[in-house]
Design a protein around this ligand. Structure first.
Ligand code: UGA
Length: 436
């Protein structure tokens, strides 16, 4: 999408060439801005300069290539900060052991900002606890960095659809305590038609956490409904459809399964719970959301045992999918990791296949056997768990799969397969909250 004529192309530095940083840098360049992507990881920057994109995100490599004239990469802060009015912070804020967000990388950027040489706007996209902006503002003032303005511009990108989420967002949220700064940041997105929420920094920070926590709550809620459906003969897919027709509920994020994963929901829900606790408020609901999600991953083992008996020792179990969701190679907090670990602990032989996430998983789970294809993973297996709903699993030759497996048992952790078809092919099919 090119910037409409008449609007100025701004100079932007995006610090952090990870997932959010790269998508932000490439998309801002595509909007017509002049962008420098900066990362302290020189190897990563070298790869990017050579056109090698270190993450899997559909369309990103093409977008980077298309915007080469407006998008450069550097590991040198002097080059990165030389000329830009906007400095985006897109670094990781991983969880600490206590569930707080680790802000060390954010502070690292703040500590290395350019000295007084003109006005700049610091735009933080990294997810940070509510109140962080105020702390950073105070610290900047204490250091005499009044020339650096501060703004919170949370991202709502989903892995796998990040580029379209950036260009066609449901809303753009910009928080700044000075409305002129908020409007300046918002003007970078002039070419995007959407609802604009201009607010203060604390509210912008909270919108991000509250949104992710609410979505995670929806998932844990429908998962609990699914568990009750299993006990009562109702079918959660029909129940979710019936519920979702009420516009106050809506049809999205009501897919029951084996729990949410990824780099955002688990981290942000814990961080919000922790933030509330630190402020003296016990967020009861989020404690349950987290617990339900953990238990949900483990229920699969119960289903396998119900079919194969208690002893899983030496039983060959196939996992289809390792990524926390399709269209990504991200295995952070993926249900597959917990599941594989539990099965291995029970003595099972776990064989897994994923179209893109095997290299990442191999590094954390070397005891798993990795197959070259879904059918190869199923060969001789006594049970198959569909963990990630990649289209190639949905369209698999399940007739052939039935022949290859030692026992045709499918535990569909995402309710992505058609139970009737599988049963017709001779499978025992177990979904999540679906009629037996
Ligand atoms: C999530 C949010 O959806 C984004 O809006 C947000 O910007 C992002 O976190 C972030 O904070 O950076 P993402 O983690 O990429 O995005 O993935 P989602 O598509 O939201 O899925 C998260 C998990 O929930 C997956 O494991 C998925 O399988 C699971 N899920 C999702 C369900 O179990 N049921 C559903 O109905 C929907």
């Amino acid at each position: 999408m090119a910037k409409p004529k008449g609007t100025t192309a701004e100079r932007v530095t995006v610090v952090g060439a990870g997932y959010v940083g790269l998508v932000t840098a490439a998309s801002l360049a595509d909007l017509g801005h002049q962008v420098i992507s900066m990362d302290i990881d020189s190897e990563r920057i070298g790869r990017l300069q050579d056109g090698d994109i270190p993450i899997f995100e559909p369309g990103l490599a093409e977008l980077v290539e298309k915007n080469r004239p407006r998008l450069t990469f550097t590991d040198d802060p002097t080059v990165a900060y030389a000329d830009s009015e906007f400095i985006y912070i897109c670094v990781d804020t991983p969880p600490t052991h206590s569930g707080d967000a680790d802000l060390s990388r954010v502070w690292n950027v703040v500590d290395n900002l350019p000295p007084q040489d003109g006005e700049r706007i610091l735009v933080i996209k990294s997810t940070v606890p509510v109140g962080t902006g105020a702390v950073i503002r105070n610290e900047l003032n204490r250091r005499g960095y009044e020339h650096i303005h501060y703004s919170s511009n949370p991202e709502f990108l989903r892995e796998g659809t990040a580029l379209q989420d950036f260009m066609r967002p449901d809303r753009i949220v910009v928080g700044a305590d000075d409305p002129t700064v908020a409007r300046k940041v918002a003007s970078l997105y002039d070419a995007i038609e959407t609802e604009l929420v201009l607010t203060n920094v604390a509210s912008a920070e909270m919108i991000k956490y509250a949104s992710n926590a609410f979505l995670a709550t929806k998932i844990s809620f429908i998962n609990e409904i699914a568990n009750v459906c299993e006990a009562t003969g109702a079918d959660v897919t029909t129940v979710a459809h019936g519920m979702g027709l009420d516009p106050r509920i809506g049809p999205h994020f009501l897919q029951a399964g084996i729990g949410y994963g990824g780099s955002c929901f688990p981290k942000d829900v814990s961080a919000l719970k922790q933030l509330a606790g630190n402020s003296g408020y016990h967020f009861q609901l989020l404690t349950a959301v987290i617990e339900v999600n953990e238990l949900q991953k483990r229920r699969v083992i119960g289903k396998i045992k119900e079919a194969l008996g208690e002893d899983l020792h030496d039983r060959r179990i196939a996992l289809l999918g390792l990524a926390f969701k399709p269209n990504t190679d991200d295995i952070r907090e993926a249900s597959a990791i917990v599941l594989a670990g539990r099965l291995l602990a029970e003595g099972a032989r776990v064989v897994a296949y994923d179209p893109v996430a095997i290299p990442n998983t191999r590094a954390v789970l070397p005891a798993v056997e990795y197959a070259d294809s879904a059918l190869q993973a199923l060969e001789g297996a006594e049970a198959c768990v569909l963990v990630t709903e990649w289209p190639e699993f949905i369209h698999l030759d399940w007739e052939r799969a039935a022949d290859l497996m030692q026992k045709p048992l499918v535990v569909d952790g995402r309710n992505a397969l058609d139970p009737d078809t599988l049963r017709r092919l001779g499978f025992r099919y177990e979904g999540v909250g679906r009629k037996p």
